[in-house]
Write a protein that binds this ligand. Structure first.
Ligand code: UD1
Length: 381
């Protein structure tokens, strides 16, 4: 990707893609590629550094052919307020320097909110990819990030129909909402063949269709020692019935180690592995007999792959995965985790409207119309 001069004889709008954490990269990569194909934008990438481990950042960026960030803010970890504030301050400097025509943010992580806020305060338009998702649960940091980011957004790009209703209820003007579909599925479709070739299950001594893939990282599940111990107990039980592979998020690994539960899981045969790159994780999902997770994105990927996903949360902001996908809610009782079994029925293809691998082209059309065509018409007038 090239970054030509910001001013010049043929004016092009400058867009900053602000990313910070693992799911952002997956959602944003196809948009960057789609805009690059049009040649109509001067694109810059800012990586806040919210995720900095190779396993949570570099490896995933490489798998996605993500361009090297133009700016790396290196904010790292911290309490929510501290992390958000660090991104806000550092990103503001870049905005003052670059003065982009639009900032694109994705999803619901702390970096999303902080970058949107910095731009909003400088009256730089914000476009929000994956707008309008709501769990209704304000104890989740992501829900707060979603609501506030949407309030500050000029263009709201949604991936499922209920998002529009959620936004209208919060007083957002329908004219700013564009139903474009799911760019996370664009990344999935693009990488599926390469992921299939990896056959990552073989690295862990697993047979396709016979194992349960597990992830847990939400503070509500892993930061409370009692709850985490109950989850561990359920996983130990589950491992008596089926092989279990568990790529452990760094946050979760620290908590498990503090409780001595990592050794307990391993003694029970649970394969507690490091987080894996994007291709390997898609590969593990493709061949899983079932998935147990508290992640948002995995509910979507599993649905697109047709693999049964059991979501261990009391609510989901992604109801379309329940009605049109393979997702089922396990609720709030850890004992339910122990009852999950590999389905044995193989992938069931699901067709969720506009989760077709071409969402980024629709995003590109919206951004072109909003920030390239209309502005150049205004400038010419
Ligand atoms: C964040 C997002 C969550 C998303 C998840 C994907 C917020 C509020 N949460 O959660 O929505 O689903 O990313 O993974 O933004 N850590 C490392 N290495 C890293 C990054 C983090 O070891 O590269 C550890 C640190 O101990 C840190 C903890 O993980 O304190 C949590 O990281 P943080 O970025 O705050 O949130 P996640 O739990 O990753």
């Amino acid at each position: 990707m090239t970054h030509p001069a910001i001013t010049g004889p043929s004016w092009r709008p400058t867009i900053i893609h602000a990313v910070g954490a693992r799911p952002n990269f997956v959602k944003m990569a196809p948009v960057i590629h789609a805009l690059d194909r049009t040649g109509e934008f001067n694109q810059l990438v800012v990586h806040t550094g919210q995720h900095y481990d190779a396993k949570l950042s570099d490896d995933i960026l490489a798998d996605l052919d993500f361009p090297s960030p133009d700016y790396f803010l290196g904010v790292g970890s911290g309490q929510h307020g501290e992390q958000t504030a660090k991104v806000l301050a550092a990103f503001e400097h870049i905005l003052l320097d670059v003065r982009p025509d639009v900032v694109l943010v994705a999803g619901d992580v702390n970096s999303t909110l902080a970058c949107a806020l910095a731009a909003f305060k400088l009256q730089i338009p914000v476009a929000h990819l994956e707008a309008g998702l709501r769990s209704g649960d304000r104890s989740m940091p992501e829900e707060i990030n979603r609501v506030l980011t949407d309030q500050m957004s000029d263009v709201l790009l949604t991936h499922s129909p209920e998002a529009l209703d959620n936004l209208i209820k919060e007083g957002i003007d329908e004219d700013r909402v564009y139903y474009v579909g799911n760019t996370m599925i664009d990344s999935l479709r693009r990488c599926e063949p390469r992921a299939r070739e990896r056959a990552a299950f073989g690295d862990h001594g697993l047979a396709p269709g016979a194992y349960v893939l597990v992830t847990f990282h939400r503070p509500g599940n892993v930061d409370d020692p009692l709850r985490l111990t109950q989850i561990v107990q359920a996983l130990v039980e589950l491992a008596r019935h089926a092989p279990v592979v568990f790529p452990v998020h760094p946050r979760t690994r620290v908590r498990l180690a503090e409780l001595g539960d990592l050794a307990r899981l391993e003694a029970a045969g649970v394969r507690c592995i490091e987080p894996v790159g994007y291709l390997d994780f898609i590969s593990l999902q493709q061949s899983a007999g079932a998935i147990v997770t508290d992640s948002g994105g995995i509910q979507e990927e599993a649905s697109a792959l047709g693999i049964r996903c059991h979501t261990f949360r009391p609510n989901t902001e992604r109801p379309v995965t329940l009605t049109h996908g393979t997702n089922v809610m396990l609720g709030d009782d850890p004992a339910e985790i122990a009852r999950v079994r590999p389905s044995g029925w193989g992938p069931v293809p699901c067709a969720i409207p506009l989760w077709d691998g071409h969402a980024a082209d629709r995003v590109s059309d919206v951004l072109l119309k909003a920030y390239a065509v209309e502005r150049s018409v205004e400038a010419a007038a």
